[in-house]
Design a protein around this ligand. Structure first.
Ligand code: FES
Ligand SMILES: [Fe+2]
Length: 374
């Protein structure tokens, strides 16, 4: 059931979705938070690394002799990206331009022809380090040296994710999507199922009815809880649900048919069923552009060749369905962004869209309190 008994105001004005000053006001919120940008299994060997960009910060996450560290990916010499590969393995963290090398603490370890740089300033010539922490199969990074810890940001979801370890949950979808829309457009789209009959007529077909939709609210975010299939008349959703039940029973796993979707402020989205975990992090790349980083995991038992093979087939099928749904949503984002640019109205939210209202309150309150503090 929904919490609100009436419609709600749309708290953010259209220009909050493209105004560069609004993007500057929101940046501290995103920097303070934690972002799932890599997989634990991507750092199996010393020297394994992944690069990414979080809230304007180029980051390299790296296995330094068994220790997971996150550092700036920008060289202290003349600002070149240290590595421009999205992932790889290298013996040392060495800049691609003139070969400066860095240690796990961000200090320079080796400078070619170093006599050119006398007198040395080792403390000045070092790169910033960032907070990094694994949870379940995911690696989270926070580009801010201070702020809430990962377990504070994830709230009750932290222990649920921790239980889905990389040993039993395999990634079947690893994808980045660029959107021509503000990051909040993408987040808000996932917070309501009102659009389902128009945007997902084949995949989901119908919005889950209110009796089957529970919205929960907390200081760290909101969540939606229902049971699958959302609408029994939806052929594809119902088909997937039936097969998932059969697959889980065959593996000897419990079948609850529960679906939970979490939005953890500001930009983290997680969905869970008995057999699937989906992580979706939306990162701004400009005032009116953003990137989705998506990881979807499926159960894949450690033992039993047949069980592993069937699990892989199931994992790939569910990944295909997720990609399909995400592409259906993504086709709308540039159209929403265009509308926001020329809108003269305030907008309005229905009761079923009450989670957007909670998100918009969070953005307004946080950006206002940060402007007051500045
Ligand atoms: S810019 Fe990195 S070594 Fe020169
Ligand atoms: Fe959708």
């Amino acid at each position: 059931m929904f919490r609100s008994e009436t419609r709600l105001p749309h708290l953010l004005t259209p220009d909050a979705y493209f105004n560069p000053q609004q993007a500057v006001r929101e940046e501290p919120l995103l920097r303070q938070s934690w972002h799932p940008v890599a997989l634990v299994e991507q750092f199996a060997k010393p020297g394994d690394f992944v690069t990414c960009e979080i809230a304007g910060e180029a980051v390299q996450i790296r296995n330094f002799d068994g220790e997971l560290r996150a550092l700036s990916n920008v060289c202290a010499h003349r600002h070149c990206l240290i590595s421009s590969c999205s992932r790889g393995n290298s013996e040392t963290m060495r800049c691609q331009y003139h070969g400066w090398e860095y240690g796990h603490d961000g200090r320079t370890r080796r400078i070619p022809a170093s006599s050119n740089f006398r007198p040395f300033n080792f403390s000045g010539e070092q790169i910033p380090t960032f907070r990094v922490e694994p949870c379940g199969p995911l690696v989270f990074v926070s580009p801010s040296p201070s702020g809430p810890g990962l377990s504070d940001v994830l709230g009750e979801f932290h222990s649920r994710l921790e239980g889905r370890t990389s040993a039993e949950w395999r990634p079947f979808l690893v994808q980045e999507m660029e959107h021509q829309a503000n990051w909040k457009v993408v987040v808000e789209n996932t917070l309501e199922a009102y659009h389902v009959p128009y945007i997902h007529p084949e995949t989901f077909k119908e919005t889950p009815p209110e009796q089957k939709s529970e919205h929960r609210f907390s200081d760290v975010g909101t969540s939606f809880h229902s049971t699958l299939p959302f609408a029994p008349e939806s052929k594809m959703d119902a088909w997937f649900q039936q097969r998932e039940g059969q697959f889980l029973r065959w593996l000897g796993r419990p079948v609850t048919s529960e679906y939970s979707q979490y939005h953890l402020f500001p930009n983290l989205l997680f969905s869970m069923t008995d057999a699937v975990t989906l992580s979706h992090c939306v990162l701004p790349t400009g005032p009116d552009t953003c990137r989705s980083i998506i990881f979807q995991f499926g159960i894949c038992p450690e033992r039993g060749i047949l069980k592993r093979q069937v699990s892989r087939v199931w994992g790939r099928l569910t990944a295909w369905l997720t990609r399909q749904i995400m592409m259906e949503d993504a086709s709308l984002f540039p159209k929403i962004q265009k509308g926001l640019r020329s809108s003269s109205g305030a907008g309005v939210l229905g009761r079923c869209e009450e989670r957007l209202h909670s998100f918009q309150s969070y953005i307004s309150e946080q950006t206002q309190s940060m402007s007051r503090a500045a």
